[in-house]
Ligand binder design. Structure first.
Ligand SMILES: NC(=O)c1ccc[n+]([C@@H]2O[C@H](COP(=O)([O-])OP(=O)(O)OC[C@H]3O[C@@H](n4cnc5c(N)ncnc54)[C@H](OP(=O)(O)O)[C@@H]3O)[C@@H](O)[C@H]2O)c1
Length: 280
């Protein structure tokens, strides 16, 4: 019988490719969506779409019913609470597997950063649930690069000269889906790193050379200056991006991808290949 996986956050940038890959690999995919019409525009009738919110336990109860697995792709201030709710409902249903997207720098020593703290405690709730799990800790996604271009400017903050092993969402989605089929791949934290280490500014430069050739240089602001601009613009998004980069400059790219690569097959897509595919 086909196994059903509930994908929470399937309308998100990194939830969508996972939902699609699970479907392609033979699972029945149920999508939990706050906004059903948005989900219906993204997914055809091969996907089952149910209305729900992770903060609404009743909707979660219905959505999780009959599912073999639950994949959680949440972001923002509700992430920890949302995961805790999902785990609490899943633990009295017959859920056999939980997968969750965390981050490459989620370690206790980095919990001073609010987003990392949320993920750290979300992971803890999953580990303590008793449900077999796989926690995915990916580094920077190539798909994030467009977020650092606004109009005819591309931005970077601070020094951030260390290389990150940018990964393509497609490779990550394949690894998540594979983990559901792998007998031995459970109760693990998988660090997902792409094939090449590239400093953020260089990756952004390469992205711009393909998609924004008019941008000749990356505007690089020191953190203090970027914070002032974010305050003047009252831009929460910019403020978050600044703090996020500063966090990464300090915390670095953590974890060892060896086990994930061995069990699930290493990500292969290079930045140049990804740019070429995206360009179409
Ligand atoms: N970008 C990177 O390079 C990177 C690297 C490593 C890890 N990550 C992590 O990956 C995670 C997912 O990222 P993303 O870009 O896919 O995030 P995203 O695009 O913001 O997607 C978040 C998803 O959560 C859903 N959601 C939010 N609140 C909800 C609620 N109360 N109930 C049910 N669904 C809710 C959203 O649904 P709506 O459509 O209704 O808003 C959306 O589908 C984040 O935690 C991020 O930290 C990202």
């Amino acid at each position: 019988m086909q196994k059903t996986i509930l994908v929470i956050g399937a309308t998100g940038m990194l939830g969508e490719p996972v939902a699609r890959k699970l479907k392609e690999d033979g699972f029945k995919v149920r999508v939990l969506a706050r906004d059903v019409s948005k989900a219906e525009k993204m997914f055809d009738e091969a996907f089952e779409i149910v209305r729900g919110d992770v903060l609404d336990t009743e909707s979660l109860e219905k959505a999780i019913d009959g599912c073999f697995g639950v994949h959680i792709n949440l972001s923002g201030e509700i992430e920890q609470q949302g995961v805790e709710r999902v785990v609490s409902v899943a633990s009295h249903k017959s859920v056999k597997r939980i997968t969750y997207i965390s981050g490459t720098s989620v370690f206790e020593e980095n919990t001073w950063f609010p987003q990392t703290r949320q993920k750290y405690f979300a992971e803890k709730a999953i580990r303590e649930s008793g449900i077999p799990y796989n926690i995915f800790c990916p580094t920077w996604f190539m798909e994030s690069l467009p977020r650092y271009v606004k109009g005819n400017k591309a931005f970077a903050f601070g020094k951030n000269a260390s290389p990150f092993h940018f990964v393509a969402a497609r490779d990550y989605a394949r690894m998540v889906s594979r983990s559901y089929k792998h007998e031995k791949a459970f109760n693990r934290r998988f660090f997902i790193h792409g094939p090449e280490g590239i400093p953020f500014r260089d990756a952004l430069k390469r992205y711009c050379s393909v998609f924004h050739p008019e941008i000749k240089k990356i505007s690089t602001y020191p953190y203090w200056f970027a914070r002032i601009i974010a305050a003047i613009k009252r831009s929460k998004k910019m403020r978050f991006a600044v703090e996020f980069m500063k966090f990464f400059e300090k915390a670095g790219e953590g974890g060892d991808p060896t086990e994930a690569n061995r069990l699930l097959g290493a990500p292969q897509t290079t930045l140049d290949q990804w740019l070429k595919q995206k360009k179409g």
